[in-house]
Design a protein. Sequence first.
Length: 99
Amino acid sequence: MFCPKCGSIMFPRDGKWVCSNCGFEKSIEEKKEIVEEAKEKEMIVISSNAENLPVDDSVVCPKCGNTGAYWMLQQTRAADEPETRFYICTKCGYRWREY
């Protein structure tokens, strides 16, 4: 739980949430309202539709030989190593990755 005034973490004390920085207090019962309010403000975008991804026309699909694939980057290993590029063929939907 974070303080709505200063953003610091709040800790439970005597049936209240108390800010460790500014001293702001809120009853523990109000937490449910805050959580519901936060859920309304969240925006989670999950799409399995590859058509929203950029296309690289210089990539050749290893399965069907089609030229062109959607691509995305993801950090799959340690932070000091480069990210992994994932490809999805625009024709057959085959997925592969390049390290």
